[in-house]
Design a protein around this ligand. Structure first.
Ligand code: ATP
Length: 282
């Protein structure tokens, strides 16, 4: 559904994206993971026709995003990082205006269906201002779904939400996938990528440094992590391919040793030497 071929983007002397390539299949949830400034939003901006790549090309449903931007806009929808709802209007009015602008047919019935499926119909006449952050995020999703997009882009969908609300949102995103839609999301929450994504790409300083299912990436770097305190009392860890290897390391350390399964943050640390992904504290 999406093909990204060696795209690069420059902001002055800064190479925000450096020959990034990947493909996303129809009906897949794909997550682009990386720390602040890695190039995630720039990638989304290119795919959603807000900016052009300086090199390379992207296709969505076989169409070039630069050459066919008008057609691309009709098959995608975007949930931006910032909340751009009309806060002084009601839930229903927000959907009505968006639907009219996007010339959605049979609009009133569609609004009613989407409010029901996202479980917000009881808030239909509430002002956006009066909704919790989680409900506002759900409304942003509802609005994006109104035009029945083939591909949905979610930029940091659960930023600022507490763990419980975040998990509710993941359920909704899974149900969107089950309708056959392709979902592209950016995140710097490790748990979000692990829980939700069929495949992930990891960006670091504009380069795609890993691509695969979360399980594949963890297998590649080693499935077990030994955590221990070094001689100076600093927290240290080693990644091992085999459990036996982890036990051997654990035996040679002091008694404050833990062995656990590898997560995507460990993959990132192993590949970049940096520890900058934000962990889900929920
Ligand atoms: P975040 O998680 O903070 O949203 P990100 O991974 O989405 O980060 P981008 O927003 O794509 O990263 O930014 C990539 C790099 O490009 C950063 O160094 C950023 O400062 C720079 N950048 C992004 N937009 C512009 C712009 N319009 N002008 C100049 N530099 C920019």
């Amino acid at each position: 559904m999406i093909t990204v071929e060696k795209i690069s983007k420059f902001y002055g002397n800064l190479k925000a994206l450096d020959a990034v390539s990947f493909q996303i299949g129809e009906g897949e949830i794909f997550g682009l993971l990386g720390p602040n400034g890695a190039g995630k939003t720039t990638t989304v901006k290119i795919l959603t026709t807000l900016t052009n790549p300086d090199e390379g090309r992207c296709l969505i449903d076989g169409m070039d995003v630069v050459l066919n931007s008008h057609q691309i806009k009709s098959i995608i929808a975007v949930v931006p990082q910032e909340n751009n709802l009309e806060r002084e209007l009601t839930v229903y009015e927000n959907l009505l205006i968006y639907g009219m602008l996007h010339k959605v047919k049979d609009l009133r019935r569609k609004i009613s269906d989407i409010l029901n499926s996202l479980d917000i119909s009881h808030k239909k006449n509430s002002l956006v201002n009066s909704l919790s952050g989680g409900l506002q995020r759900r409304l942003l999703l509802a609005r994006a779904l109104l035009s029945n997009p083939k591909v949905l882009f979610l930029d940091e969908p659960s930023i600022g939400l507490d763990a419980h609300i975040r998990r509710q949102l993941w359920q909704i995103i899974r149900s969107i996938k089950s309708e056959g839609k392709t979902v592209f999301l950016t995140t710097h929450y490790i748990e979000e990528a692990e829980a939700l994504c069929d495949r992930v790409g990891i960006l670091s300083h504009g380069k795609l440094i890993a691509l695969g299912t979360p399980e594949e990436l963890k297998r590649e770097v080693g499935e077990f992590v030994v955590e221990y305190l070094d001689k100076e009392g600093r927290s240290t860890s080693s990644i091992c391919q085999k459990k036996e290897e982890a036990y051997e390391i654990a035996k040679s350390k002091n008694d404050r040793v833990t062995i656990r399964k590898t997560n995507l943050e460990d993959v990132f640390v192993k590949l970049t030497g940096e520890r900058i992904l934000e962990k889900d504290k929920g």
